[in-house]
Design a protein around this ligand. Structure first.
Ligand SMILES: *[C@@H]1O[C@H](CO)[C@@H](O)[C@H](O)[C@H]1NC(C)=O
Ligand SMILES: *[C@@H]1O[C@H](CO)[C@@H](O)[C@H](O)[C@H]1NC(C)=O
Ligand SMILES: *[C@@H]1O[C@H](CO)[C@@H](O)[C@H](O)[C@H]1NC(C)=O
Ligand SMILES: *[C@@H]1O[C@H](CO)[C@@H](O)[C@H](O)[C@H]1NC(C)=O
Ligand SMILES: *[C@@H]1O[C@H](CO)[C@@H](O)[C@H](O)[C@H]1NC(C)=O
Ligand SMILES: *[C@@H]1O[C@H](CO)[C@@H](O)[C@H](O)[C@H]1NC(C)=O
Ligand SMILES: *[C@@H]1O[C@H](CO)[C@@H](O)[C@H](O)[C@H]1NC(C)=O
Length: 445
């Protein structure tokens, strides 16, 4: 048996890149068949692109014209000593229907005796004595625009730039990485793609569309061996002297202050045999902290005139009112981010005494939000009966952007006293408005 594939016509079709037909002739030679029979029946099977048949999910690139199938099975009757030939047309699928244009298309033929063939007058069936191979294989190459040897050698170059050098802890704005991919080789790069390894802190959020000079790529996001990567199609082939610009957008939501930098790695990869990859280009970002912290305070009322109208001096100080009019100080601390702050110390000093006389009598201290207070002095040392606390409304509440609620706790504590109040503030999320309210009374007696 022999199989002949007309390679020259195969080259021709591929060059035109359309479904033109070529001939395949399975030339079956019956060399020595048992002498007393006139002819022998065979079953012949031909598989097109047989390597792809074994690969899961792969597309068979060539099909038989009459059936549009990649396999053919025929019965052949071969007379003793005769030669039988059959021509069958096959075609290459459209260029867009498959990616692999580099590897050879193998055509294989195998055969066996037809089990349906009737036995001879003695009830005997022939047997095949294989002297050649049982499977006959021929290969055809898709003709590429790469010179006589049909080997394409690309020269892949990659340049990367980003729109920033730093990423801020807590910042959820996207950053844009722009790259220029070039093929400076003489041949096309087949199945060329940009391969981007993401750092664990980053997520892919899409391609950049803000600039018309950027190519709109198709990218897919995958995970392999715990490495998350992105692959973007750069062309098949990415032709010689191609130069394209494109941009990718990422967010970096899992930054930690334990790492000083995060790094992306970019590379162009192709399936060519020679020179298939560019250099790996790192894109490194410094991890930084930035917080916009505002402190403001107000006194309610902002002035007290002595003596207040209708003031009566009380001999025994039992109730809060007996001390004098109330003064309330409200302080508000806002972190507008983007980063969180920790270990922040807010120190409040209140005038308590003038020349060993009480000036202000500390009544109460309340806090709201993630802050704790400690103090050296006793609040309400005379244990006066207190009025109901004023409604605790913060001065201004800054609630910027949609990020206010993260980690926000509402702690309402009565700090023990206030002369110097040391408030240790841990803002657990940005824009958490924390405030302290100090209530004291000028001492008149
Ligand atoms: C060709 O080989 C395949 C795989 O070994 C087998 O399944 C098939 O029956 C063979 N065909 C013929 C005609 O011998
Ligand atoms: C668009 O991209 C090109 C090339 O990267 C750059 O020169 C140009 O300034 C960009 N234009 C805008 C509006 O960003
Ligand atoms: C994943 O691991 C396998 C086996 O260790 C290896 O063959 C493959 O190249 C790895 N893939 C990546 C993307 O590192
Ligand atoms: C391609 O690579 C092979 C093996 O590395 C080498 O033998 C061959 O010369 C190279 N071909 C070209 C055109 O560079
Ligand atoms: C305040 O103190 C409580 C109790 O000790 C503690 O659980 C909490 O984490 C503290 N909050 C801040 C912001 O320090
Ligand atoms: C409060 O106590 C701290 C430490 O115990 C001390 O450093 C500070 O001077 C004291 N402040 C006043 C006003 O006594
Ligand atoms: C927060 O919002 C207020 C009112 O909407 C605005 O005046 C202020 O500038 C904003 N601050 C920041 C840091 O965005």
């Amino acid at each position: 048996m022999s199989l002949c594939v007309h390679l020259s016509s195969m080259f021709l079709i591929v060059h035109l890149c359309v479904s033109v037909c070529v001939c395949l002739c399975a030339c079956v030679v019956c060399a020595r068949v048992l002498t007393h029979v006139c002819c022998t029946d065979f079953v012949v099977e031909v598989q097109l692109d047989s390597v792809k048949q074994k690969q899961r999910g792969a597309v068979r690139r060539a099909l038989f014209l009459h059936s549009q199938q990649p396999a053919l099975q025929r019965t052949l009757r071969v007379a003793n000593g005769a030669r039988v030939c059959q021509d069958t047309k096959i075609y290459l699928r459209g260029e867009k229907e498959f990616r692999d244009k580099l590897s050879s298309i193998y055509v294989t033929l195998n055969f066996s005796l037809n089990p349906q063939a009737p036995a001879d007058s003695h009830g005997l069936r022939p047997i095949v004595s294989y002297q050649g191979p049982e499977v006959i294989e021929q290969k055809a190459q898709i003709l590429l625009d790469c010179g006589e040897d049909n080997i394409c050698v690309p020269d892949l170059k990659l340049a990367v730039q980003g729109d920033r050098k730093e990423v801020y802890l807590g910042d959820d704005n996207a950053l844009t990485v722009t790259f220029n991919a070039r093929n400076e080789g003489e041949g096309g790069a087949y199945e060329a793609e940009l391969y981007v390894v993401l750092p664990p802190e980053a997520d892919y959020s899409g391609i950049a569309r803000n600039n018309e000079s950027l190519t709109q790529l198709t990218c897919s996001y995958e995970t392999e061996n715990q490495t998350r990567y992105l692959s973007c199609d750069l062309g098949n082939p990415m032709k010689s002297s191609t130069s394209l610009w494109a941009g990718l957008r990422f967010t970096v939501p899992r930054l930690k202050d334990t790492r000083k930098t995060v790094q992306f790695e970019l590379q162009i990869r192709s399936k060519n045999e020679n020179n298939s990859r560019s250099d790996i280009v790192p894109y490194k970002l410094e991890v930084a902290v930035m917080a916009d912290v505002i402190l403001q305070g107000v006194s309610r009322p902002d002035k007290v005139i002595f003596p207040p109208p209708n003031w009566k001096v009380t001999k025994r100080l039992l109730e809060e009112q007996d001390m004098g009019p109330q003064v309330q100080h409200v302080y508000e601390l806002v972190n507008n981010g983007p980063s969180m702050i920790g270990h922040t110390l807010l120190e409040l000093h209140c005038p308590m005494r003038v020349q060993s006389h009480w000036l202000m009598y500390p009544v109460e201290m309340t806090t709201q939000g993630p802050l704790n207070c400690t103090t050296n002095h006793t609040v309400n040392p005379l244990r006066l009966k207190l009025q109901k606390s004023p409604t605790e409304a913060p001065l201004h509440r800054h609630r910027n952007r949609s990020t206010t609620s993260r980690g926000e706790t509402s702690v309402k504590t009565s700090c023990l006293s206030c002369s110097t109040c040391r408030a240790l503030v841990w803002t657990a999320g940005r824009s958490d408005a924390t405030w302290g309210c100090w209530r004291g009374e000028p001492v008149l007696s």
